[in-house]
Design a protein around this ligand. Structure first.
Ligand code: ZN
Length: 255
């Protein structure tokens, strides 16, 4: 009985993850996320419902399309699993209430943004600006005040604009894009200003730890090496899940 709520949440998370795969594929191509139903990217054959069960179908079909036997990316079951884990993480954080629903949908948007940014180096406005509008409309169900959300929005966008102009002033090059500005503004609505500072710090730290070795290995220019959006998304997720205890611990050490 105690386990039944997390189990149900995880299963729903898997099916929502299946929908998120559709979003990741179609939103940057400007296609509808509702119609038509899913088809194999290789041969175009329609995927029947019993071949579209999260994770299980991938395992039963050995990661191959039933029609053309083309390889199905491991990313499909990965996104489904991540979606279920995000749902469980938000359940653990908020309990079964409206905040859980709001923040689970928000982490789903961050997940979709992460993979679209990795694939296309863009962050669609429908997700960033759409998230800002949705967040401001749902503040009542969030653990931030309306003022906090607005300050978070202004600080998030303003801070990155300052970083972009500062970087351009110092190096004459463009480091980040406008998509990151709108994303950090959107994150600020859901986390308040403390979350913005935590996100930019954590995102930059993890981004450097991963990005610098990766760029050296690839022998690529740092500017084009790796998109920043996924690291902002990760930093924001860590803040919502563990931000308060981490900040309390940090200031406890200082004091
Ligand atoms: Zn196929």
């Amino acid at each position: 009985m105690i386990l039944s709520v997390p189990l149900a949440v995880a299963v729903i998370g898997l099916f929502i993850g299946s929908f998120l795969n559709v979003c990741i594929h179609r939103i940057p191509r400007g296609e509808s996320i509702v119609f038509p139903s899913s088809s194999c990217p290789g041969c175009g054959a329609r995927i029947r419902p019993w071949d579209n069960v999260p994770i299980l179908s991938y395992l039963i079909l050995w990661g191959k399309c039933r029609s053309c036997k083309g390889k199905i990316s491991i990313r499909y079951p990965l996104v489904e699993a991540l979606s279920a884990l995000l749902a469980l993480a938000m359940l653990y954080r908020f309990g079964l209430n409206a905040s859980f629903a709001v923040y689970y949908v928000w982490t789903c948007a961050l997940l979709v943004i992460t993979f679209i940014d990795l694939d296309h180096q863009i962050i669609p406005d429908s997700l960033s600006i759409g998230g800002i509008v949705a967040g401001l409309a749902l503040v009542w169900w969030m653990p931030v005040s309306y003022l906090d959300a607005l300050i978070g929005l202004g600080l998030g966008a303003g801070l990155l604009i300052a970083v972009i102009y500062g970087y351009f002033f110092l190096t004459g090059k463009h480091g980040m894009g406008g998509g990151d500005v709108k994303l950090l503004g959107m994150i600020g609505v859901f986390t308040g200003w403390q979350g913005v500072l935590f996100t930019i710090f954590t995102g930059s730290l993890v981004g450097s730890l991963v990005g610098i070795p990766w760029a050296l290995l690839q022998r690529k220019n740092m500017q084009t090496a790796i998109p920043f959006g996924p690291f902002l998304a990760l930093g924001a997720f860590i803040y919502v899940l563990f931000g308060e205890p981490i900040i309390a611990w940090y200031f406890g050490i200082l004091a």
